[in-house]
Design a protein around this ligand. Sequence first.
Ligand code: GNR
Ligand code: NI
Length: 176
Amino acid sequence: MTIKPLIILPDPVLRQSSKPVERVDAPLRKLADDMLATMYDAPGIGLAAIQVGEPVRMLVIDLAKEDEAPAPHVFINPEILESADARSVYEEGCLSIPDYYAEVERPAGVRVKYLDRDGKEQEIMADGLMATCLQHEIDHLNGVLFIDHISKLKRDIVMRKFKKLAKDKPASRMVG
Ligand code: GNR
Ligand code: NI
């Protein structure tokens, strides 16, 4: 398994819409494993393929706590079939927007159809953190970031900060 570099704001790659997966094959499963390794290394609880530069509709999630056994989940071509009327608010972060956190309000529950890593159709009724995380990741597949759900004033401040960081320090490996 390979830890891949994360794409960071304001890289325009994050605004791309990802393409549906056509076949669930060995290279795709290898990408899922690399995404899980990258997510665990970060560490994070979710990751969309576009965050490692692959514009395909696949995401991984593991909500297990540190003292629990790992619980990796792979979602391919996920589609939200239904959203609850009730809303919930979570403090969200994003591995592509390091060290920035903000409260986001989203539907408290979602019903999601997807393919698992064997290419088998599955459906999940999610609530709590799983519902929030699935929505955050599915947003990534559509080029949407959690800062798109906060006030324009806050978003502008974040964008300015990350544009300045990218300008002063184009890529960490190039410093020095
Ligand atoms: O690690 C992550 N934590 C998180 C916390 C609250 C809501 C969503 C997330 S997802 C995030 C990892 C990430 O950027 N996924 O795209
Ligand atoms: Ni994210």
